[in-house]
Design a protein around this ligand. Structure first.
Ligand code: SAM
Length: 311
């Protein structure tokens, strides 16, 4: 028996329970996922389309000899990490730092909503777990909509305000528990809800290497319980015909497709729209391309869009 077979923990630098879980959830890709977790994540920016374009920003970087390439619609991958505040246009709000997988959230929610809500009014959107505001800002960059950015953590809500101010964007920021709407909801149904739920963060190990050692196996079920409660509660706040985008930065199926399958089975008014599902963490152009992945460089994520049917 080789050392590799004897001690997978040492080979993969992950706890054994984590290796077992990834292997069970993704039998064809578990080694590639663990390998991606041990790689260095590149710095990825999201261009603020209210201020500049992806092409213009790539030119601005090229003009000062910073090598970069496009990813997705608004993303820019830097070949080498740089101090973010020193990049062109930082203070002016030309970009934010955001992984390419996270950049899918705002377009996925907005694409199905059309340009306006009832009677041509501005779309009313709830970003239910919003801090530090990465996806809130992207929504506001892409659409003229009224966004309520809610988070349970007051300190993290201050970061939403700071980020939006730098980007010249406005949202209604609320410190509250999304699972207890009686304390904060005005009674008006939303056209769209983004639920970027608290999770194990098992999809972003390459950016937070310690997460695998800090988590306990019991965290998965505990967080899945919180996610289920938030889903069930927020579903009631959505208009018929509206859409809820559920996402987590996790590769564990309990926080992704199992969660959504259970929800759809118990909610006859919920229609699962074709969605990316589990995006597995992916490294660079030369990496193995997983069949369910959209791009060649991003963190692990899960996305499901649910439409509320009128019954
Ligand atoms: C994955 S992070 C959100 C990241 C954010 N959407 C972004 O793109 O910048 C999850 C957030 O959920 C918040 N949270 C956890 N439980 C919550 C609850 N019951 N109600 C509201 N927010 C909650 C956490 O404070 C944390 O900021």
């Amino acid at each position: 028996m080789t050392l590799t077979e004897k001690n997978p923990q040492a080979v993969w630098n992950h706890p054994q329970w984590w290796i077992d879980r990834v292997r069970k959830d993704h039998p064809d890709h578990w080694q590639a996922i663990l390998q991606a977790n041990n790689s260095r994540a590149p710095l990825i920016l999201r261009v603020n389309e209210r201020k500049t374009t992806q092409a213009q920003y790539l030119q601005a970087l090229a003009a000062i000899n910073i090598e970069a390439s496009p990813v997705g619609e608004q993303g820019v991958i830097l070949a080498n990490a740089q101090p973010v505040p020193s990049l062109p246009g930082f203070a002016e709000g030309h970009f934010s730092v955001q992984d390419a997988a996270a950049q899918l959230a705002a377009p996925l929610l907005l694409n199905g909503l059309g340009a306006a809500g009832d009677n041509g009014a501005r779309l009313k959107i709830l970003d239910a777990c919003a801090a530090p505001g990465g996806k809130t800002a992207h929504l506001l960059e892409l659409a003229d909509c009224d966004v309520t950015a809610l988070d349970i953590d007051a300190r993290r809500c201050e970061r939403i305000a700071q980020n939006l101010e730098r980007l010249d964007l406005q949202a209604h920021i609320v410190v509250a528990d999304a699972g207890q709407p009686a304390g904060w909801w005005d009674g008006q149904l939303y056209d769209g809800i983004l639920l970027d739920a608290p999770c194990t963060a098992s999809g972003i190990v390459r950016r937070h290497p310690d997460v695998r050692w800090l988590r306990r196996p019991t965290d998965i079920a505990q967080l899945a319980g919180i996610q289920a409660h938030l889903l069930k509660t927020l579903w009631l706040l959505l208009k018929p015909g509206g859409r809820l985008l559920y996402c987590t930065c996790s590769v564990f199926r309990a926080e992704g497709d199992m969660q959504i399958q259970t929800f759809v089975a118990h909610h006859t008014d919920a229609l699962l729209i074709p969605s990316p599902g589990h995006l597995l963490p992916q490294i660079g152009g030369e990496a193995t391309v997983f069949p369910d992945n959209l791009m060649r460089e991003h963190d692990g994520f899960y996305y499901a869009t649910l439409e509320k049917r009128s019954l």
